[in-house]
Design a protein around this ligand. Structure first.
Ligand code: 0GY
Length: 299
């Protein structure tokens, strides 16, 4: 382990995941994953709230092939701040099989945005999870949103359910496609219908430019390690209500997971519980991510 990872403060990812019993459809996309470092090559951000283990592009590609995915969407995580080099390095070595979501500051130049676009970046991420970031002011985010609009990029937002009401008007005024990470982190001890989660459903219902990732049962479940049954009704409701606007990802290497480390093979086996027909699985895993990230291959 390098000196840069010696102080990592979350668990190491599962080194030997099971082979999933669920066979992913041809062309499946892991639409939410990360790379970290290696720290000696791509240092972590000084302002980070956690220090990850190294997780390289070679390890990501090996997992992709082992699980049966064709493609990855690599999402910039907070521990790399707005230094997107590790994520861009994946895209440049992926032979076109990875696209990216970056984090940028309002001071980003048009040249930098165009270079990222050329490398395969298709969106920016705004993170509102208070334990992860010191949030940027709304006017900075609005200015970034206007800057990325001509590129045809989208915005990925990450927030927790109890904060949705506070951000609702800001979110719904965003001028591009918006993808919500992990269903807006519902409290799965609350009712799936008739409670707090209805507001999230309304967000997607009233705003056709909103999509949702139905990922991360391991973060949302209160049932205990490796038992994510309590998440199923929430994810199913989203998949069945908005079949053309949902995405799925492993979230490898599971940054900041402190309670337990999920087995990525078992996470894949969770998919048929939330997308219960072949038609829904094809949309979730292939058609939707391809339309958003590889439209040039969809004509
Ligand atoms: C995730 C979730 C988390 C971390 C980040 O950018 C990040 O650091 O997103 C989390 O801690 O919930 O999607 O990887």
């Amino acid at each position: 382990m390098s000196e840069f990872t010696a102080d990592n403060d979350w668990l190491h990812w599962c080194k030997a995941p099971v082979k999933p019993a669920f066979k992913l459809p041809d062309g499946a996309v892991d639409a939410h994953c990360h790379v970290f470092g290696p720290g000696h090559q791509f240092p972590f951000a000084p302002e980070r709230k956690y220090t990850p283990c190294d997780a390289s592009k070679e390890q990501l590609f090996a997992l992709r092939d082992y699980l049966g995915f064709q493609r990855n969407v690599v999402v910039q995580a907070t521990c790399h701040g707005s230094d997107n080099r590790a994520m861009l390095d994946v895209l440049l070595h992926s032979e076109g099989r990875a696209k990216g979501v970056a984090t940028v500051k309002p001071t980003v130049t048009d040249e930098e945005l165009h270079a990222m676009d050329f490398a395969g970046v298709r969106g920016v991420r705004f993170n509102f999870v208070k334990r992860l970031v010191d949030a940027l002011p709304f006017d900075s985010l609005e200015s970034i949103a206007e800057r990325i609009k001509p590129l045809g990029w989208h915005i990925v937002i990450y927030f927790e359910a109890q904060d949705l009401a506070e951000y609702y008007d800001f979110f719904t005024a965003l001028p591009v496609t918006v993808v919500v990470d992990h269903m807006g982190r519902p409290d799965v001890t609350k009712p799936v219908v008739g409670g707090e989660f209805d507001q999230f459903i309304r967000l997607l219902d009233d705003n056709p430019n909103f999509w949702s990732k139905v990922s991360c049962p391991e973060r949302l479940s209160k049932a205990g390690p490796h038992d994510y049954e309590d998440v199923i009704p929430f994810a199913r409701r989203v998949v069945e209500s908005f079949p053309d606007r949902v995405l799925w990802g492993t979230d490898w290497p599971h940054p900041n997971m402190k309670s337990h480390m999920p087995d990525d093979g078992k996470l894949v086996d969770f998919i048929p519980h939330i997308a219960t027909t072949q038609t829904l699985q094809q949309k979730l895993l292939v058609d939707n991510p391809m339309r958003l990230y590889w439209p040039e291959l969809c004509k």
